[in-house]
Design a protein around this ligand. Structure first.
Ligand code: ADP
Ligand code: C5P
Length: 241
């Protein structure tokens, strides 16, 4: 839709003008909608491509040591807490994304140090607010919104934050009412209109995921590219705090 979007052509064995840019996919949706699950399923099926998964968490503004002690007071669901400026300020946004990955102090993964963006790579940018900023949206060749009912998401979130993150149920519910739900209504849901594809039921929707993977294969060219990368290379960022 925008001229700022990276151009991406399909390539065949005889096409010398193979894509110059990686294929960038944005995956958004409410908390616990199944974004990570959908990304994992896409990555599994793109086994002949190198895929880099970038989580919105990599762009959270860092907390000072003092702030970290009061982490429950911070609104991680508000766009003001996510700093996409690194992308906005660079001349070529996709390579800026790769440079950010390489330099990110949050990302301690050593493999990142030698990572260089390649035309045949797939970059997946995942998070509740990745469609919020227009310039970040313009990086994306394909935008996917994972659409799961709010009660299902809240139930999953309670289970995840208590069981996997050791949080207290009252604090989970308080955070949900105070920050998560209002930000979903104000910022996440309105960004659904930018999606190219809306996936109902997330990871349960195998048909939608198959169709998406087929489209990506078509765009990247099924025959000539990426057989040089036998291993899927997945880099996942972790929670900062
Ligand atoms: P998100 O990345 O949107 O927060 P996840 O994919 O991490 O969502 O899923 C959130 C939680 O819900 C996880 O604990 C995951 O195991 C669970 N979950 C995801 N999809 C399903 C599903 N289709 N059925 C049951 N549980 C699911
Ligand atoms: O994976 P998911 O999309 O659920 O991640 C986004 C959620 O993570 C946000 O709703 C935010 O409240 C939560 N979050 C958190 N603590 C952090 C960072 C993010 O609870 N330190």
């Amino acid at each position: 839709s925008s001229t700022a979007s990276p151009s991406h052509r399909s390539a065949s064995a005889s096409d010398s003008n193979a894509p110059k840019q990686p294929f960038v996919i944005g995956v958004s949706g409410g908390t616990a909608s199944g974004k990570t699950t959908v990304c994992d399923m896409i990555i599994q099926q793109l086994h002949d491509h190198r895929v880099v998964l970038v989580n919105q968490d990599s762009f959270y503004r860092g907390l000072t040591a003092e702030e970290s002690k009061r982490v429950h007071e911070y609104n991680f669901d508000h766009p003001g807490f996510v700093n996409f400026d690194i992308i906005k300020s660079q001349p070529t946004a996709v390579s800026a994304l790769s440079r950010h990955l390489v330099k990110s102090p949050i990302n301690s993964c050593k493999a990142l140090l030698s990572w260089k963006v390649n035309a045949s790579d797939v970059i997946i940018l995942e998070g509740i607010l990745v469609f919020h900023d227009q310039r970040v949206r313009n990086l994306m060749n394909m935008k996917i919104f994972v659409d799961t009912d709010a009660d299902v998401r809240l139930a999953r979130r309670i289970r995840r934050d208590t069981v996997e993150r050791g949080r207290d149920i009252n604090s989970v519910l308080e955070q949900y009412a105070k920050f998560v739900k209002p930000a979903f209504d104000d910022f996440v849901l309105p960004s659904k209109k930018y999606a190219d594809v809306i996936i109902p039921r997330g990871g349960d929707n195998h048909v939608a995921i198959d169709l998406i993977v087929q489209h990506i294969h078509t765009k990247l060219g099924q025959h000539d590219l990426c057989k040089i990368y036998p291993n899927v290379h997945v880099i996942q960022s972790t929670f900062q705090v």
